[in-house]
Design a protein around this ligand. Structure first.
Ligand SMILES: [Zn+2]
Length: 173
């Protein structure tokens, strides 16, 4: 889901060497004002090998959220709540005693509570292979997968964001 909603503020363009083929690529950077705040959009395009990368980074929020967002999922409706999650956010599931740190590929994104849990399950499954007790890890994965379909999931999620950029939001405009 793109964060971009309104007019351009400035545009910077430079030639860099393509991270894939090493030939000339164009790097564009611009800032846009959105309902979330000021977002920087960085894109790299290489005409030679077709490499294309876009990153959207919230640099100045319109309003700050709390350092900890505590979500108690008690219904399927709670799973569908929207949330802006910054690349710095940690996700903790206190009932399971686990916390996942933002990975190197973490991005600023608008997602739903369900989306957060699905991503959590995906990352946990990858981590399970390298853990000391893969069976117990897989057990947690299975329990979480079940919760997604339950009428009263009774699931506690804590989103910890030192930048305070993350926040619950009503549906994106
Ligand atoms: Zn290239």
């Amino acid at each position: 889901m793109s964060l971009e909603t309104s007019e351009e503020k400035d545009l910077d363009e430079e030639i860099i060497s393509c991270p894939v083929c090493g030939r000339d690529a164009v790097r564009r950077e611009r800032s846009v004002e959105t309902w979330l705040g000021v977002i920087k959009i960085i894109s790299i395009t290489c005409q030679h090998c077709g490499y294309r990368h876009v990153d959207e980074i919230l640099v100045e929020p319109r309003e700050y959220g709390p350092e900890e967002i505590i979500i108690h999922v008690r219904s399927q409706k709670d799973f569908r709540k929207y949330l802006f999650k910054s690349r710095s956010a940690f996700i903790e599931l206190p009932q399971f005693g686990i916390e996942i740190f933002p990975g190197p590929d973490a991005r600023d994104e608008i997602t739903t509570v369900e989306g957060v849990i699905e991503r959590f399950i995906f990352r946990l499954e990858t981590l399970c292979r390298d853990t000391e007790d893969p069976l117990r890890c897989q057990e947690i994965v299975d329990k979480l997968k079940k919760k997604i379909d339950e009428e009263d999931p009774d699931l506690l999620i804590i989103i910890r964001d030192p930048t305070r950029f993350s926040r619950l939001t009503s549906s994106p405009p």
